[in-house]
Design a protein around this ligand. Structure first.
Ligand code: PGA
Length: 250
């Protein structure tokens, strides 16, 4: 059985005060979460304090990115060792906003995936197609290409060290969720593709859905056989909504 996982991607939101409040709210409600692994991914500057606040709880902490290099003259970047040192267990890698707004290629994303692994951080590896690509009927090809970049660099077994988040770009922050059937279809494709290379890795791999998941649609999405949790943006900024999704996953 794959343990469901719900990860909150706070993106570039929050302040010292609001982060404290949000963590207090999540901690308060953790008693209602039965079965899901719960992860929060704050902006990098708040990771330390969030990790401190989460220390005596089951809540795990992740970053929103990770440098592909480990040390040196990379102004503005944060290394895997630093993230580990400040309390991260996970790192979001290849989020579509990083790919589209900051030009991260499949190859760079794969190198970031490698950096996470060699520093003992579990990648939350994001993939997904744009609306244009969906309309062209190339959703599976795009997801396959993004996954293949990681497999080419690290091998298929490396996928067992993290989770995949399928996030159709057209569903992110738009309120337009993929239907459970649309999402399940792609999740099944992803698992099938990996299974053809290594069935054990595919069976054990958690594949999260992301894109306008909320308390109203979470249970049905996560009820699909190949959807093992969610990567939550907007709804992760309100503790009640985030907790409702975590509870639905259990
Ligand atoms: P959303 O974002 O839930 O606000 O659509 C998801 C994500 O970008 O990870």
């Amino acid at each position: 059985m794959r343990k469901p996982m719900v990860a909150g991607n706070w993106k570039m939101n929050g302040s010292s005060e609001s982060v404290k409040e949000l963590m207090a709210g999540i901690k308060d409600g953790m008693g209602s979460v039965n079965n899901a692994e719960v992860v929060v991914c704050p902006p990098a500057v708040y990771i330390s304090r969030v990790a401190g606040s989460a220390a005596d709880t089951a809540i795990k902490v992740g970053s929103q990115n990770i440098c592909d290099e480990d040390k040196g003259a990379f102004t503005g970047e944060i290394s895997g060792e630093m993230l580990k040192d400040t309390g991260c267990e996970y790192a979001i890698i290849g989020h579509s906003e990083r790919r589209s707004l900051y030009g991260e290629s499949d190859e760079l994303v794969a190198r970031r995936f490698a950096a996470a692994r060699r520093n003992g951080i579990k990648p939350i590896f994001c993939i997904g197609e744009t609306l244009e690509e969906r309309e062209q009927g190339i959703t599976n090809d795009v997801c396959a290409r993004q996954i293949d970049a990681v497999i080419a660099l690290e091998g298929v077994e490396a996928l067992a060290d993290g989770v995949i988040a399928y996030e159709p770009v057209w569903a992110i922050g738009t309120g337009k969720t993929a239907t459970p059937e649309q999402a399940q279809e792609v999740h099944a494709f992803i698992r099938g593709k990996i299974s053809a290379l290594n069935a054990d890795v595919a069976n054990g791999l958690r594949i999260l859905y992301g894109g306008s998941m909320n308390p109203g649609n979470a249970a049905e999405l996560m009820g699909q056989p190949d959807i093992d949790g969610g990567l939550i943006g907007g709804a992760s900024l309100k503790s009640e909504d985030f907790l409702a999704i975590c509870t639905a996953a259990g």
